[in-house]
Write a protein that binds this ligand. Structure first.
Ligand code: ADP
Ligand code: MG
Length: 348
């Protein structure tokens, strides 16, 4: 008879703080020449020679930003890195280092943190970034994880949110709305499971959107692609809160308005079919669903030919004078004022 093995649970107290840090971070090797000193001293040392340094940080709290009842820890580690790298790419820069700080309650065994770090490690490998430091401490409840991403770019390549000009084209990479819908599917399955724990979810119809939610990929490929096409966006940011609130950031900071065309919004077929099933309006989801980590940018009209027909990019509208407002033009040609309905951590 084969006995089923219970998963090993090693208490964090057994290792102590330094043992834990060593255990979690061993096997991370420095790959970038700019990483002069990584983990192990009082501070990391980074050298970008003549280039500018970019820094971005995010804080993720259990129960606010993630729910461990359906988010595997490995995915959480991966995603925590992605959301930060995405911010560096959104400046048209390269990401090269991260630091990771965690606060954990003693409810978590070592094996849970190993999973978290397996996701972080995978992200570092695939995205060619070095883990160069962090902090480890205890929390009274739940898991808190903060990642800081560090990157670099020549000053003249950096793209801010404030450079969009009237008549510029508005472009989005990939497709949008999937991550939010993936979350809706996961929440529904969680509710079903709570009623009947024997129910096995069948998620085959939702693989793409669930992956968009659980394992987002930051658009590392976009800055070099734009560079190869000979395009420097006039403004850029990543879509984390949702297209509606993010385009408004560009408009506000650039002092312009915009027209976005409903028919141009890039939607995956699975987003359309799932919206039908959930009785949701796909345009609303594309506008307000967040966490897609695609890039939203504006380009000069003269660059249109360089991007036309490119499968990675969709032109969804154009920038107007500020007094024309921020408008969505529906399929039937009706204009609607765009309002920010994306995720806002301090609202509600
Ligand atoms: P300090 O007392 O100076 O804060 P620590 O003992 O907290 O140093 O950390 C020792 C080394 O391990 C430092 O290089 C720090 O950046 C790194 N480190 C600590 N915690 C983590 C973590 N969770 N992930 C990655 N590196 C970490
Ligand atoms: Mg410390």
């Amino acid at each position: 008879m084969i006995e089923e093995k219970a998963p090993t649970r090693t208490s964090l107290a057994e290792l102590g703080e330094f043992g834990l840090i060593k255990h979690l971070t061993e096997g991370f090797e420095l790959k970038n020449p700019s990483s002069r000193k990584g983990i192990g001293d009082d501070a990391a040392v980074i050298d970008f020679k003549g280039e500018k340094t970019l820094v971005s940080t995010d804080l993720l709290i259990e129960g606010v930003h993630f729910d461990l009842s359906y988010v595997p820890l490995k995915h959480l580690g991966y995603k925590a890195v992605m959301v930060n790298l995405s911010d560096i790419y959104a400046m048209n820069a390269s990401a090269s280092q991260i630091t990771v700080s965690i606060a954990v309650s003693n409810r978590f065994p070592l094996e849970a943190l190993e999973e978290l770090y397996a996701g972080i490690r995978l992200a570092c490998e695939i995205y060619n970034v070095d883990l160069v430091g962090g902090d480890t401490t205890s929390s009274t409840r739940g898991l808190i994880i903060s990642v800081t991403a560090i990157g670099h770019a020549p000053e003249k390549k950096i793209v801010y949110r404030n450079g969009a000009k009237p008549n510029d084209l508005i472009v989005v990479s990939g497709d949008i709305g999937g991550a939010y819908l993936g979350l809706q599917v996961l929440e529904r399955e969680k509710a079903v499971f709570e009623v009947n724990p024997n129910m096995q979810p069948d998620l085959a119809d939702y693989t793409y959107i669930i992956e968009r939610q659980l394992k987002p990929e930051a658009r590392k490929d976009v800055p070099p692609m734009l560079s190869e096409l000979g395009i420097k966006p006039t403004a850029m940011m990543d879509i984390s809160d949702g297209l509606s609130s993010d385009i408004l950031h560009i408009c506000t900071q650039s002092g312009v308005g915009c027209r976005i065309y409903e028919e141009k919004l890039p939607l995956d077929p699975q987003v359309i079919s799932t919206c039908e099933e959930f009785n949701l309006d796909s345009t609303t989801i594309a506008l307000n669903g967040g966490e897609d980590y695609e890039l939203l940018f504006t380009i000069a009209q003269k660059d249109y030919d360089k991007i036309k027909g490119n499968p990675h990019f969709s032109v969804i509208g154009y920038i107007t004078e500020k007094n024309e407002g921020e408008m969505l033009i529906t399929r039937s040609g009706e204009p609607f004022k765009i309002i920010a309905k994306g995720w806002n951590a301090l609202k509600e």
